[in-house]
Write a protein that binds this ligand. Structure first.
Ligand code: HEC
Length: 142
């Protein structure tokens, strides 16, 4: 072999090695993506299958202030009138950040009436807040 031929051979070997390596790493990435996708689907399925709005309301402890029947206590107002004031989106936003409504006239009156403040629930998954909102907006009665 001449020197030139050796160089060409060396380049070919390096090229083939890099090519194989890139193929290998490509496959690994695909695989982990699939895994992530799979486990995401599983947790979503587990959440939506097992937990409804009322369960979340009880679990989170909304009932501590709004009452086991959600009709209000000394610590918080009834939630039966939520449907008069809120659309679904607005209610979800409110639950995430109730403090942003503190200037509102209605909420000034609440502040005078209750010694507690409504805590923010930005840490709860929006989908779960949606379930809570759906439950509250479908409460029938006073
Ligand atoms: C520590 C007591 C407390 C807890 C816990 C609590 N709230 Fe409240 N909530 C209040 C008070 C007090 C108000 C009155 C408004 C204010 O202070 O911001 C209120 C207001 C509300 C309102 C607005 C009512 C209206 O007339 O527009 C909704 C809806 C609501 N809460 C839902 C919930 C939900 C759902 C949970 C649980 C995820 C919850 N609250 C947990 C105390 C509480």
């Amino acid at each position: 072999m001449t020197n030139a031929q050796k160089w060409v051979a060396a380049f070919l070997v390096v090229f083939i090695a890099l090519f194989l390596l890139s193929k290998l790493t490509e496959k690994e990435e695909d695989f982990t993506e699939e895994l992530d996708f799979y486990s995401e689907q599983q947790t979503e399925a587990a959440q939506s299958a097992s937990v409804d709005g009322l369960t979340l309301i009880n679990r989170v402890g909304c009932t501590n202030c709004h009452g086991v029947d959600l009709k209000g206590t000394k610590l918080g107002p009834t939630l039966y009138s939520a449907k008069e004031y809120w659309s679904r989106d607005k209610l979800i936003n409110y639950l995430r950040n109730p403090a942003s409504y503190s200037g509102d006239e209605r909420f000034e009156a609440y502040k005078a009436q209750y010694n507690t403040v409504m805590p923010g629930y930005g840490n709860i998954d929006v989908k779960d807040l949606g379930k809570i909102a759906d439950y509250l907006l479908n409460l029938e009665g006073e």
